[in-house]
Design a protein around this ligand. Structure first.
Ligand code: PEP
Length: 288
């Protein structure tokens, strides 16, 4: 395994090698990554308000000013307000797991972007595969939700990924490109710079099957290349692309060593303070 700082610059993808100027943030972790790492926890439909508050206090107290990654947690809607109170004044960011694209109205059971901002959210997960497969969210709907989030100055965590069947039928690339094309339809270069992307192969979510680091890197490179082709190399190099799918303290380091993996979106291993803190402090597991 080659440490990023030892990697031959000549072997870098062109968009990364040539990236320079104001869009490029300084390298992090002594490597040559252009973006600050992000570790985000998606709690899904887990934790009561009391359990969420306990977790948030534990996490807040465990992290120090030396914490390198941007840390985001996504509790269920019912816990957002209480968790926001606990996180006030800390650097931990609060995400919702979904939103409705309308600003308000007769949409029983739904939550608007304004409600999320008002509750203290800075981020929102959009297009998670569970929303797509269990609740029928289409790429067009995902596009509307992404626009709504940006208009409300929420940072979307835009999730894409292929199913096992699509991978086995050699359709990973067209599926990822379709999700990017339709999800980001009519996005300006500025819009692109305001989102995080999460590559989450559906077959790896909650299954214990992680994509091999090289397998994940291939898709992250594809995503960054797609953005570079349409929005330029500098923009592409400045976007954080997270990997999601059974990330644990055991596999996070090898994933984070990949040049195009800038962070992780974590489900199961984000539910316990101890394992989530290990993920956040992955650079202490081994040097990255
Ligand atoms: C997720 O839900 O986004 C996820 C990646 O879950 P897990 O880490 O449990 O696979």
């Amino acid at each position: 395994m080659i440490h990023p700082s030892q990697r031959d610059k000549e072997n870098e993808p062109a968009y990364r090698r040539e990236a320079s100027g104001p869009m490029c943030r300084p390298p992090f972790l002594g490597g040559n990554k252009m973006v600050r790492p992000v570790i985000a926890g998606n709690w899904k439909m887990n934790k009561t308000v009391a359990e969420s508050v306990d977790f948030a206090k534990g996490l807040r107290d465990a992290l120090t000013a030396a914490t390198v990654p941007e840390v985001i947690i996504a509790p269920p809607f019912t816990s957002l307000g209480a968790v926001a109170e606990v996180l006030r004044g800390s650097s931990i960011r609060l995400a919702a797991q979904n939103l409705h694209e309308a600003p308000k109205g007769a949409f029983t059971g739904e939550i608007s972007a304004g409600m999320l901002s008002g509750a203290g959210c800075t981020h929102v997960i959009i297009g998670h595969s569970e929303r797509r497969t269990l609740f029928g969210e289409t790429d067009a709907r995902v596009n509307l939700k992404l626009r709504t989030a940006l208009a409300a100055t929420l940072t979307p965590i835009f999730c894409i990924g292929e199913t096992l069947q699509e991978r086995e039928e050699n359709r990973m690339k067209p599926v990822i490109e379709r999700q990017l094309k339709e999800g980001l339809n009519n996005f300006s270069a500025d819009d692109i710079s305001r989102l995080l992307i999460a590559y989450e192969p559906v077959w790896a979510i909650g299954t214990g099957k992680t994509a091999a680091p090289a397998q994940a890197e291939e898709v992250h490179g594809l995503i960054r290349g797609w953005i570079a082709d349409r929005y330029g190399k500098e923009r592409a190099a400045g976007i954080a692309i997270l990997y999601g799918g059974s990330v644990t303290p055991k596999n996070v380091v090898d994933l984070m060593r990949q040049p195009d993996i800038d962070g992780a979106l974590v489900g199961g291993a984000s539910l316990e303070v101890a394992s989530f803190v290990q993920l956040v402090e992955y650079q202490n597991i081994q040097g990255v």
